[in-house]
Design a protein around this ligand. Structure first.
Ligand code: SF4
Ligand code: SF4
Length: 344
């Protein structure tokens, strides 16, 4: 046996018991369990501390800085030293944007508004809930590296090893750096909350939409003007659809920095009447069709089956796929023919 093979065989061999990060990521998010306590609000902070410098630029630079330098933005064996994500896109949505009521109608009444999740955080800290007009959502898109996208694009049945690591580390990294930002804001007297690390973030099966969580980072990224949806349901952004998205709510009035197209499919070739369906051709279970677009249930069944593959081959307890988001015309950018649809 080669030294590399030997190392790999020994390396976290029984990930179904030992890969705590992966288990938390795979099961915790379904149940809303295992999240750390919320950071406390510093109620002694003066108005000046609260207002000093937390503007749009601060958020863009802080998130860019975390992704450029954070030690957790890194792969593990056998890809030590490789980054998980490249430079992000950052956008903002006002807390009283009517789109949050639309999301309750489109996704379901369980989808939280910024005011609802912030009322929970305010209650935790014994302070009055801020009005929706005094809130903003910070949304970000973290593009996956070219090496990882190329590796997944070369797969026909199951996600690649780098993609599996990206699923696991990406989620943990995203949660940890957002928590750092939220903790800092709270220490400076600014109420903030990251909905996906609260017990409210419990994924459930809903009658109209199938598996869904009460806070859709992707829909919020659309609201922030960061992208639109494709036939595969991934968000197509100026850096493509191979990415991870995140968002958090702050008690600050931030100005949106991008316009969103009215058409939620503005950057998908097929939806715009130009024959494509390359994503459908990549799907091993035909879960994308011209007639019905993305079959969430069929997709979910396939993705769940990837756990044994990742466990056995990569020693990670995680699920994933995204074959339809790699090796396709919208993988790393908006298809050139549709760039005219980006609002000026
Ligand atoms: S591969 Fe083509 S049809 Fe599928 S989402 Fe991308 S642009 Fe749309
Ligand atoms: S993520 Fe779902 S729709 Fe996309 S290729 Fe995999 S199973 Fe098919």
């Amino acid at each position: 046996m080669s030294p590399r093979r030997k190392m790999k065989t020994r390396y976290r061999r029984f990930s179904q018991f030992t890969d705590i990060g992966g288990i938390k990521s795979a099961i915790g998010e379904m149940r809303g369990l295992g999240y750390p306590k919320q950071p406390p609000l510093n109620k002694q902070a003066t108005g000046r501390e609260r207002d000093s410098g937390f503007d749009e630029q601060w958020f863009v630079e802080t998130i860019q800085g975390k992704i450029a330098t954070h030690p957790d933005n890194s792969m593990e064996y056998p890809f030590f030293g490789e980054r998980v994500f490249d430079e992000p896109l950052v956008g903002f949505v006002r807390g009283d944007d009517p789109i949050f009521q639309d999301l309750k109608r489109i996704i379901g009444p369980h989808h939280l508004t910024p005011a609802e999740i912030m009322a929970w955080q305010a209650d935790n800290n014994g302070v009055p809930a801020p009005s929706a007009a005094d809130l903003s959502v910070v949304s970000f898109v973290m593009p996956i590296t070219k090496k990882t996208k190329d590796e997944n694009a070369s797969q026909a049945d199951w996600l690649s090893e780098r993609w599996a690591q990206t699923r696991m580390h990406g989620e943990l990294f995203s949660q940890s750096f957002v928590r750092e930002i939220v903790t800092y804001l709270m220490s400076r007297g600014v109420l903030a909350v990251s909905p996906d690390v609260t017990p409210k973030m419990r994924k459930m099966r809903y009658p109209n939409v199938g598996w869904a969580s009460p806070w859709s980072h992707r829909h919020i990224a659309y609201a922030a003007g960061l992208g639109t949806f494709g036939m595969h349901d991934f968000l197509i952004t100026e850096k493509g659809c191979g990415h991870r998205v995140g968002s958090f709510v702050v008690n600050l009035r931030l100005e949106p920095n991008r316009k969103r197209p009215d058409d939620i499919h503005a950057y998908c070739l097929q939806y715009q009447g130009k024959k494509c369906m390359k994503c459908a051709a990549r799907c091993p279970v035909d879960a994308i069709t011209v007639e019905d677009a993305h079959d969430k249930e069929g997709c979910y069944q396939r993705v769940a089956k990837s756990i044994p593959h990742c466990n056995q081959n990569y020693h990670i307890f995680i699920y994933g796929c995204a074959l339809c988001a790699t090796g396709v015309p919208c993988e790393s950018h908006i298809p050139p023919a549709l760039r005219k649809n980006v609002p000026g």
